[in-house]
Design a protein around this ligand. Structure first.
Ligand code: ADP
Ligand code: ADP
Length: 225
């Protein structure tokens, strides 16, 4: 218990509160789905965990370490966005290697770790392709590999499947869950899709109007509305 701890987190934009005093604990290796209607604050909460947004108050701890004020790249957190956010002028390998180059890793280590990440998401043979020549599902797998290649402690997924067609969505859903379990990766997955929440999660956090109104197993959330 208490691997990722959020205590009394508060954030407003222009004095309009998005959420106030949000608190929760996530265990190591847990897959949490953050489910709620558009505009309820899911993405702002996720970006606060990633360090892309500074909260007004509260703490975020990982394994007891306060990370609230750390830079994004110091947090050991990987993030995937709905819109992929790939660099169009870099190849698949170049996109995946980007974070490792920033860390100034040795060229051989980069090569080995890029190859590992490519294999993990099943993109062997596509290393030299540019994002524009890939399908949506393939682009999102590049984004996933780019997040995983730095060996994060926590994976944050912001509606990663929403831009994809239904059959690809289902396939990628299963692939993400399998990789998460293989790596025992503590994961927070944001969605407004109930089926995704039901099929993927260890627990579902239901968010509404800036509050987590329910936190329980998917079965409990759906049988006790
Ligand atoms: P969700 O991810 O659940 O759709 P968001 O976290 O994106 O919700 O947004 C929550 C609220 O915060 C919305 O009312 C949104 O308009 C507002 N908001 C989000 N980002 C900003 C921002 N950078 N500046 C001002 N308001 C914002
Ligand atoms: P460059 O080699 O010019 O930096 P690339 O986009 O070809 O640009 O590759 C980026 C990084 O990804 C390189 O540092 C390389 O180590 C790694 N890489 C390239 N191709 C492969 C591959 N087929 N398998 C594993 N790693 C690769």
């Amino acid at each position: 218990m208490h691997y990722l701890e959020v205590a009394n987190l508060t954030k407003s934009f222009n004095e309009t509160p998005v959420f106030s005093n949000i608190s929760f604990d996530i265990s190591q290796g847990e897959f949490i789905t953050l489910l709620g209607p558009s505009g309820c604050g899911k993405s702002t909460l996720l970006r606060s965990l990633a360090g892309l947004i500074t909260p007004d108050q509260g703490q975020i701890r990982v394994s007891g370490e306060d990370i609230t004020w750390l830079k994004p790249q110091q947090r050991g957190i990987g993030m995937v966005f709905q819109s992929y956010a790939l660099f169009p002028n870099l190849t698949v390998a170049g996109n995946i290697a980007f974070g490792l180059k920033m860390q100034r890793l040795d060229a051989n280590d980069i090569k080995r770790r890029v190859a590992e990440a490519v294999e993990l998401v099943g993109l062997e043979g596509r290393e030299g392709y540019y994002p524009a020549s890939l399908s949506g599902g393939q682009r999102q797998r590049v984004a996933l590999a780019r997040a995983l290649v730095v060996r994060p402690r926590i994976l944050l997924l912001d509606e990663p499947l929403s831009a994809l067609d239904a059959p690809i969505r289902k396939h990628l859903r299963e692939q993400i869950r399998a990789i998460q379990q293989q790596l025992n990766l503590t994961t927070v997955f944001v969605t407004h899709d109930q089926e995704e929440a039901l099929t993927m999660s260890d627990r579902v956090f239901v968010m509404n109007k800036g509050q987590i109104v329910q936190a329980d197993t998917a079965e409990a959330v759906y049988t006790r509305p």
